[in-house]
Design a protein around this ligand. Structure first.
Ligand SMILES: [Fe+2]
Ligand SMILES: [Fe+2]
Length: 424
């Protein structure tokens, strides 16, 4: 049995605790706040109290000559106004219309009323794709790697994992450290919190594959540092991440806002939506020939998550652009596609320097362009690579494959769900 105070220690069942946990079905003591919240949602007036007039006249503040000082003074006055209003009338209710993706003033600790119900739907749907890498049988992969893969195929397999391991940590840091803190609607942050967990799960998955196959972990994890073609993609992502991972980044500044939007587009549409989506393909091509099927199945679950990450990110960034009237510089967008394409070309030529049966570097590069066009359309942007061909039409099938039946038949461990926990 697990010791829940110290999960790393296994303990023997002891005497039943005298402190019983609250059963999940315990009734709410008082549902009044919910009732009030419903009425708050549509009005600034509660009973005969209006939140529009605080009855307080604030002293006039003269604007200093310097713009930065003026802004500080304005923020200070607004803060005093809020504090006074709260002191007199209590905390104002949150209205959905108060919420904004960024730069909002509404209480970020209050989930409803939703302004972005689609974000909550993403969270609910994300929870339908739950697995752990231990659920998938990898024993045949060990045999395949040792006895069936050619040197070229081993090169592909190892380097795809070497790239993905570092990429997923970057994705986690981006969403968890640079993006989440700037969101001002909790329904967005909740899906992003799930995304942070999923990126960690993906990192575990690659680590599990690397360890199970018996690869040299130190060498594989260092590969992105010593192989320029892998490092090139990581370097581009790090550059975008560094540009937005600043806790003092004021998104009311148009220059900062543009930088944030561009980084968000890069991570959602290129890093996750194109590089990741296309990054699993070399291993899927092995799977189609009956090789490394355990690893490929792991990647199929990851790919489902990544499709949602990309689509959620694109939706969020479009909402930011709408709410803040952001116009993108076409040259900056073009440069972003071009540098991403160049990095992907270098990467493809490295991992597939010798083509493997059924998949070449040219297939990989053309597929990058084809998927990039799809992401551009989703963003409402011009296609960067008109006439790009779909060289791996089976890839979308791979992403959408219904696996649940086999998954639950073949899983090798049992989940500890809330209902099954022994609290004794
Ligand atoms: Fe991921
Ligand atoms: Fe992701």
């Amino acid at each position: 049995m697990l010791n829940w105070d110290n999960p790393l220690e296994q303990v023997q069942p002891a005497n039943k605790s005298t402190t019983a946990p609250i059963p999940p079905s315990a009734p709410m003591v008082n549902d009044e706040p919910q009732t009030l919240a419903a009425s708050y949602a549509s009005s600034d007036v509660i009973g005969d109290m209006s939140f529009d007039d605080t009855g307080v006249t604030l002293p006039e503040v003269k604007a200093p000559a310097d713009d930065a000082d003026a802004k500080l003074a304005k923020d200070a006055v607004e803060g005093i106004e809020r504090d006074l209003a709260e002191a007199i009338h209590g905390i104002a209710p949150v209205k959905a219309s108060d919420k904004r993706v960024i730069n909002g003033e509404a209480d970020v600790n209050q989930l409803a009323p939703f302004k972005y119900p689609w974000a909550w739907e993403y969270f609910l749907n994300a929870n339908k794709n739950h697995w752990t890498p231990l659920d998938i049988n990898m024993s045949q992969d060990i045999q395949d790697y040792q006895h069936k893969l050619s040197d070229s195929e081993k090169h592909v397999y190892e380097n795809v994992l070497a790239y993905l391991t570092t990429s997923d940590i970057l994705a986690m840091r981006n969403i968890g450290l640079a993006v989440m803190e700037k969101m001002t609607a909790p329904e967005l942050q909740i899906y992003q919190a799930r995304q942070v967990y999923e990126e960690a799960l993906h990192t575990w998955t690659y680590q599990h594959c690397i360890e199970t196959i018996g690869l040299d972990q130190g060498e594989i994890y260092n590969r992105y540092r010593v192989v320029p073609a892998i490092h090139g993609k990581i370097k581009l992502a790090n550059k975008r991440l560094d540009s937005v991972m600043r806790s003092d980044m004021d998104l009311r500044d148009p220059k900062n806002l543009t930088e944030f939007v561009m980084a968000y587009i890069f991570f959602a549409a290129i890093f996750e939506g194109t590089w990741f989506y296309n990054g699993f393909t070399p291993i899927f091509s092995l799977q189609r020939r009956g090789l490394m099927k355990g690893t490929a199945e792991q990647l199929q679950y990851i790919m489902r998550d990544e499709v949602m990450h990309a689509s959620f990110g694109i939706r969020v960034v479009k909402q930011i652009m709408l709410e803040n009237d952001v116009t993108l510089d076409p040259k900056a967008i073009r440069d972003m596609w071009d540098e991403s394409e160049k990095a992907e070309i270098d990467y493809a030529h490295y991992i597939l320097k010798s083509p493997i049966l059924g998949y070449t570097a040219e297939d990989h590069i053309e597929q990058y362009r084809f998927i990039a066009n799809r992401r551009a359309r989703q963003l409402g942007l011009e296609e960067p690579y008109p006439n790009a061909q779909n060289r791996t039409p089976w890839l979308d099938e791979q992403a959408n494959m219904k696996k649940e039946k086999n998954f639950f038949e073949t899983r090798v461990t049992e989940y500890q769900t809330g209902g099954a926990l022994d609290w004794g």
